[in-house]
Design a protein around this ligand. Structure first.
Ligand SMILES: Nc1ncnc2c1ncn2[C@@H]1O[C@H](COP(=O)(O)OP(=O)(O)OP(=O)(O)O)[C@@H](O)[C@H]1O
Length: 363
């Protein structure tokens, strides 16, 4: 089984994890139909929307090409969708490529030289571009010009090539990995946050409408609460719940149907799946809440160390269920509560029994 939640989309097969945030094949097939087409349809991310709206309106009013835009944030939060919206709002065509697809500067030169005036170039996983391509991009972004190197060794010559003005929309899961000279060349930078449950509920209602599925408000809320703050996961869970509702009921998604369907798929009320729960259960039941070393924890759940560290832990940490401390992994009081267990007296992350305050996580 491939649990890989952090791998990049370009060169990995579909993850089989229902709560993984990277697009699987089914997502790729249906997502186009679910993408909002303009800024008004785009749900949540209020600040990003407001700021981007200003940037695009101003460019339109000047009759100019929009500034380069950098979007950072976890997979499935809407970076590709937003890049398409930028193109649509500017009435411009869009070209989509990704960092790993551009290994040689020549690959980039070929793309850049075939752009139309005003075109949006969406470069996903921009942090994974090769160094020479990155350096070519600096000049292209700033001066709309590239130097194409012809020949090799001492006889090589640089032929300057003028480019039409274009808008680069770069997307990255890790803005910190971008070299500062590249980051500085973006006129507008936006960080996409995880979505609130109420926003995901709106995403689910909108998708249900497009998929012609009847859903009650509480049904949407139930799915939203398990979607890990990510529209892609919300849409994926919606499709699985729809299947269940069709087979086991009359097709309508109620709160009960959503909860029953997602328990079949082992996605719990906070969006933890089997792997997440296995890690948490081992930490609480075998190690009394920790601290325990990562390798020991991984052996206890029968997974690779990297799988526990890179796939399960980020979400458990984000949810405040697990902490990484210098002494090892430690469960928080919320972890004990979530699994319905009582921390043993004096356990780290449990209560001390005296003042009721957690030993490590109190004031
Ligand atoms: N704000 C939103 N409102 C409604 N639907 C959204 C929103 N953001 C994302 N989606 C939906 O979630 C799905 C995933 O979005 P998208 O492909 O844009 O994510 P991404 O951040 O580009 O992911 P990746 O980094 O894996 O490429 C799309 O089907 C899109 O319809």
């Amino acid at each position: 089984m491939n649990w890989d939640d952090t791998a990049d989309t370009a060169d990995t097969p579909a993850p089989e994890r229902l709560v993984g945030s990277v697009a699987d094949r089914e997502d790729q097939a249906v997502e186009a139909a679910l993408r909002p087409k303009d800024l008004d349809e785009f749900i949540g991310q209020e600040k990003v929307r407001e700021q981007l709206d200003l940037v695009l309106r101003a460019a339109r009013a000047r009759g100019a090409t929009a500034d380069h835009v950098l979007l950072s944030g976890a997979p499935g939060l809407g970076k590709t969708t937003l890049s398409m919206i930028i193109a649509a709002e500017m009435g411009a065509p869009i070209r989509i490529t990704s960092g790993p697809a551009i290994q040689h500067a020549g690959d980039l030169a070929a793309i850049l030289s075939s752009l139309q005036e005003g075109e949006v170039l969406f470069l996903d996983e921009i942090h994974r571009m090769s160094r020479p391509a990155e350096e070519m991009l600096y000049m292209a972004m700033e001066d709309f010009r590239v130097d194409v190197i012809v020949g090799k060794g001492p006889g090589a010559t640089a032929i300057p090539l003028e480019l039409p003005p274009f808008t680069l929309v770069g997307a990255t899961t890790r803005a910190g990995l971008l070299p500062p000279p590249l980051r500085d060349r973006f006129g507008f930078t936006a960080h996409m946050e995880f979505y609130e449950p109420a926003e995901l509920q709106r995403v689910i209602h909108r998708s249900a409408l497009l998929l012609d599925v009847e859903i009650a408000a509480e049904g949407a809320a139930e799915i939203a609460g398990r979607s890990r703050g990510t529209p892609r996961i919300a849409n994926r869970l919606l499709r699985r719940v729809r299947d269940y509702a069709q087979v086991k009921a009359d097709g309508v998604i109620t709160k009960e149907i959503a909860a029953a369907a997602l328990s079949v798929y082992e996605v719990d009320s906070r969006g933890l799946d089997r792997l997440d729960r296995a890690v948490l259960e081992a930490l609480l039941k075998l190690f009394g809440g920790g601290p325990v070393g990562l390798s020991t924890l991984a052996v206890a759940v029968g997974e690779e160390r990297e799988t526990v560290e890179e796939v399960a832990e980020p979400f458990l940490v984000r949810e405040g269920l697990l902490a990484r401390t210098p002494r090892g992994r430690v469960a928080t009081p919320a972890a004990w509560a979530h699994l319905g267990l009582t921390a043993p007296h004096g356990a780290i992350g449990g209560t001390t029994g005296g003042n009721g305050q957690p030993e490590l996580f109190g004031t």
